[in-house]
Design a protein around this ligand. Sequence first.
Ligand code: FES
Ligand SMILES: [Fe+2]
Length: 341
Amino acid sequence: MAKPPLSMKPTGWFQVAWSDEIGIGDVHTMKYFGHELIAWRTESGTITVMNAYCEHLGAHLGFGGHVEGDVLQCPFHGWQWDTEGRNVCIPYDKRPNRGRRIKTYPTVERNESVYLWYDDNGREPFFEAPDVFASFGDDSTVADYYPQRRLFERGHEMHPQYVLENGVDFAHFKYVHHTPINPIFTRHDFDEPVSYVDFTITFEGDDQQIIDDVQSGVEAINGGLGIAVTKSWGMVDNRTISCITPVDDYTSDVRFMVYIGRTPGKDTERAAAKAADFGNEVIRQFRQDIYIWSHQRYSDPPALTGDEHSGFTAIRQWAKQFYPDGIGGSAAEVYAALERG
Ligand code: FES
Ligand SMILES: [Fe+2]
């Protein structure tokens, strides 16, 4: 695949792990945005994501580094680093090196995920990572749903923006998912870094007639380009979280989570098994999207129908704010800028 014309270093919150992958005292290695990173958890439970290399002589802290109470000790010469990346102890010197600091990243844990704030220009977070329950303001909690089911696929040649564009792409349901769904958009709100797309669903009958007595819909909240949460209501009751995190200039890790709603008073084993099947089906449908996205070439300007125009234009304009150069939302402009030198 050609290098995506959109920057792979967008600003925002991105999932880098699940909370339960990093227990007390664990040191977890990972690579995102072209950086070698570690995530480690203190004995009091605080998680820290930081650059992987020790500021002393450059040992990789993910290979033999270990947690001592609330600090991380380097395997090479025993220097200790705190949750702000500050050196707090050199075992063979009178005082720590106060000048050197390992770069740490703002991190939150939410909905069983670890989210990292990435900004190429070093700005602090200027919006919040969405919550698959609280952000919908409907008093729902994780207790109303069966346990989270997950998909994790590493290293796909795809860009986070493709996944968000899917949210305004009404025409793909029938062809990618073979579901006779006809979404009718009721909200396209791209004013803030956190954006909203709502649609109701009508089902198309076998003779293409519209069956619109089904009251169902989807609400989606995009927290920047990295995290999208959805709530499906009506015929189906589920929540999903999709998280696409750039690994380097070509590839992204894809994580997707689904929660299926419980029916009050009907919490039988059979219902749980059905919910598990339904969750697997939602994940299977997401895989169908990944199959397309991971081979897609970003088309800009795209050839859109009149009905497609407003959604795609709004989301692409909105996306520009997350790119370090402010123009990454349009491949045509990026190419033009490159040609100008
Ligand atoms: S390289 Fe980490 S203590 Fe020396
Ligand atoms: Fe889809």
